[in-house]
Write a protein that binds this ligand. Structure first.
Ligand code: 5CA
Length: 425
């Protein structure tokens, strides 16, 4: 992509409404624009990141054996009356009336709809277990939408739902998702700490939240220092991990059994990027999701639900990785892998060297604008692509370009061919 043609409205000034780094940087780097309180448009640069996050989440769900489907955003109020949540959900639910005066709503989550789909289509225990998921926009009329996409009213969620014949099966599904979450966050380049949680409006007995550590996190977290040691290792030892103490500030009790001694107890702030629930037959019983068991008797299925805040993750990853100049993307979610800077657009030799690199780099944003070098450097640091290749008249004359790592700031001069060899792997 040529920057001269790209729709990338960057901002020099810090937007006054943004209180935290990720919100400021997403606005400044031309990723998002607010359209109403807590409702955002994703501009091309932001959408690329969102899609990359979504794809990693999708791949790990697929690997875990979950199957993707797509349910609508608009749901019928009657469905939610079956579970009793239509009244219970309160003001956070956006309620809509259609032209026939039928009550509808913009889905804040999908337990009811997936239970209906299951109940209408699955008859026998032989079809179990099943884990179904979708990646879809949700709406929750939050009292205080804030921090940009981190607490929006409209947001993108990956939500999975498991169906099993009995508790043992449901627990296996829960563990499968628990594992998939650890792998997902690891692939995204962050440590997410699973902690025992409160089940809130979803209901249930077994539930974990996954928190990315960041100073601006909304929740206080208390956890065993051994997490940091385990996270540094390559393979994740689930058994070891699940025995460690980790609680958010609402549930932390310094006097409870199992709390590590003060020198082993870490306090930090966390961003909740995932939340998983086992809730047994809460919805299946209320809505009649029943299969025939091995002995022909009807069995009410055991369920769980598993959410990841996909759009929240875009902000959370920036909170976890930025500096005073801008965003620092890891390669797996970066909108482009390389930013190519032409220091003298219009100079025939520099243009030719850049065009050649641009043609051969598969994921490259080429700054071909007629701008000062300082502006180009600042913009490239702001948008945070992992690699920068800088091409100027002196370098071209000497047969070298400069390769810079955004994360470390390290710069090396080398031939264009060596730079290409390093960047195309
Ligand atoms: N049905 C369950 C699991 S599928 C559920 O809705 N869980 S949840 O309420 O915890 O939401 C799942 C994830 O969505 C959260 O962990 C969080 O990362 C994200 N999320 C929740 N509310 C918002 C919001 N207002 N803005 C952005 N992301 C949100």
């Amino acid at each position: 992509m040529r920057l001269s043609q790209y729709f990338l409205p960057t901002l020099k000034e810090t937007p006054a409404e943004a209180q935290i780094a990720s919100h400021r940087l997403m606005l400044r780097a031309g990723m998002i624009r607010q359209s109403a309180a807590g409702i955002y448009s994703w501009l091309p640069m932001g959408l690329r990141v969102l899609r990359n996050i979504e794809q990693i989440v999708r791949e790990e769900q697929d690997k875990a054996g979950a199957q993707e489907l797509l349910m609508p955003t608009i749901q019928s109020a009657d469905l939610w009356r079956e579970s009793g949540r239509y009244d219970a959900y309160g003001k956070e639910m956006l309620r809509i009336v259609d032209r026939h005066d039928r009550e509808m709503l913009y889905g804040p989550t999908n337990e009811e709809l997936i239970t209906q789909i299951f109940r209408d289509n699955v008859r026998s225990y032989r079809e179990l277990p099943k884990i179904l998921y979708h990646i879809q926009w949700k709406f929750r009329d939050e009292v205080r939408p804030r921090f940009g996409v981190m607490r929006g009213r409209e947001f993108l969620m990956k939500d999975s739902y498991s169906f099993d014949l009995d508790y043992e099966g449901a627990k296996r599904s829960y563990e499968t998702m628990f594992n998939a979450y650890l792998k997902t966050f690891k692939r995204l380049g962050v440590t997410a700490i699973p902690m025992q949680a409160d089940s809130g409006a979803i209901g249930g007995t077994l539930t974990h939240e996954f928190h990315i550590l960041a100073e601006t996190g909304e929740s206080g977290v208390f956890y065993d220092v051994a997490y940091d040691e385990l996270a540094a290792k390559d393979g994740i030892d689930l058994d070891a991990l699940s025995k460690l103490y980790a609680k958010n500030d609402e549930l932390h009790d310094p006097n409870a059994p199992g709390v590590p001694p003060p020198d082993r107890l870490k306090t930090a702030r966390g961003i909740e990027v995932g939340h998983i629930f086992y809730f047994g037959t809460k919805y299946s019983k209320a809505m009649g999701a029943v299969v025939s068991g091995p002995d022909g008797q009807p069995v009410t299925v055991e369920m769980g639900s598993y959410g990841i805040g996909v759009s929240r993750l875009a902000g959370a990853l920036i909170e976890a990785s930025h500096d005073d100049k801008g965003i620092i993307w890891s390669e797996c979610v970066a909108p482009f892998k390389v930013g190519l800077i032409n220091l003298k657009s219009g100079d025939a030799a520099v243009d030719a060297a850049c065009e050649d690199l641009y043609r051969r780099l598969p994921s490259c944003l080429y700054d071909d604008r007629d701008e000062r070098a300082g502006v180009k450097f600042a913009d490239m640091d702001l948008i945070g692509l992992p690699w920068q290749v800088v091409v100027g008249p002196k370098g071209v004359a000497a047969g070298v370009v400069e390769l810079k790592s955004r994360a470390t700031g390290e710069k090396h001069e080398m031939s264009a061919e060596s730079a290409l060899a390093r960047l195309i792997s």
